[in-house]
Write a protein that binds this ligand. Structure first.
Ligand code: SAM
Length: 290
């Protein structure tokens, strides 16, 4: 099912991820950014045991590998959960180690939701730490496409002050034994227009149930996180795909930055929200371009 009479830069498919992926040609997609369902989390769209989750995800990862171009790569956003307080489930870690062996994990990367509320499993009685990190399991070939310049961080005041107060070529020893040139380090940000990003994206999750930013999806992914990954992994004019696209956060990210998008979800109401959202994003990106 595609966008309509006017040729849209997106396709939305209603159906099961695996069945629809099987219809897509080999080496036809540049990047995959997806927030799939999680094992042992009850949602209106389903519930999966660890075994059922792997039965869904392993074939999906293999199909994703087939349809990605040789330099394409994929990110699966997942969060650990517990069997009971104090006993973590292994599925997230099993998935990472399976991806390492089955294909390749390019770099470990994380989303830090620094607005996570101190509720689930971290109250005063049990004294546990507040869960706020999701893994962004990044799989692809070691030399897969990535554009670090597209996601540089803004320079901190500290870095700018270092540059202003440090003499050129001032080398000093680090605890590791290496000698580092503070001036050179502080100048790189200026030369490049930003700071090399960390493998942790600190991004607030401001999607309350039914909130506008979630576009009607109760497990929505922050647009900002999707924008980082889509920009980082998709070459100019490329195609991004989300096989569990829900209300279309990855799609909006792709359209706003001038990429094409393919989305799949088996729940029609989410796709209806995604369609509206992509139309809005397309109008917005035209406004930005003008
Ligand atoms: C965490 S949500 C994705 C949220 C989305 N990133 C957003 O911001 O709206 C996971 C989605 O996977 C979809 N889903 C679950 N099993 C599926 C399957 N077998 N095939 C396609 N979609 C599926 C659900 O309907 C749900 O919308």
């Amino acid at each position: 099912m595609s966008g309509g009479a006017i040729r849209r830069p997106w396709e939305l498919h209603h159906g099961d991820a695996l069945e629809v992926l099987a219809t897509l040609p080999d080496a036809s997609v540049d990047s995959v950014v997806t927030d799939p369902p999680y094992a042992h989390v009850k949602r209106p769209y389903g519930y999966w045991t660890e075994e059922e989750w792997f039965a869904l995800m392993k074939p999906v990862v293999r199909e994703v590998r087939r349809i990605l171009k040789p330099q394409g790569s994929a990110v699966f956003i997942i969060q650990p959960n517990s069997e009971k307080i104090g006993r973590l489930r292994p599925w997230v870690f099993d998935f990472v180690s399976w991806c390492c062996r089955e294909w390749n994990v390019v770099r470990d990367a994380y989303w830090w939701n620094y607005t996570a509320i101190p509720s689930a499993g971290c109250d005063r009685e049990n004294g546990l730490l507040r869960p706020s990190i999701k893994l962004c399991v990044w799989v692809g070939e070691p030399d897969c496409y990535r554009n670090q310049d597209a996601i540089l961080w803004s320079e901190s005041e500290h870095n700018a002050a270092q540059r202003a107060t440090t003499r050129a070529a001032q080398r000093e020893p680090c605890p590791s034994g290496y000698r580092r040139d503070r001036f050179k380090m502080a100048s790189t940000a200026l030369e490049r227009g930003g700071v090399v990003p960390f493998n942790v994206f600190p991004i607030p999750n401001c999607h309350g149930n039914g909130s506008h930013s979630g576009n009607g999806h109760e497990a929505a992914t922050p647009l900002l996180l999707c924008r980082k990954w889509v920009r980082y992994l998709t070459p100019p004019g490329g195609v991004a795909l989300d096989p569990f696209c829900g209300a279309g956060a990855t799609g909006e990210a792709a359209i706003l930055d001038g990429f094409r998008f393919i989305g799949i979800d088996r729940h029609a109401p989410y796709l209806a929200s995604a369609r509206e959202r992509l139309e809005r994003a397309a109008r917005q990106s035209v406004l930005v371009m003008e």
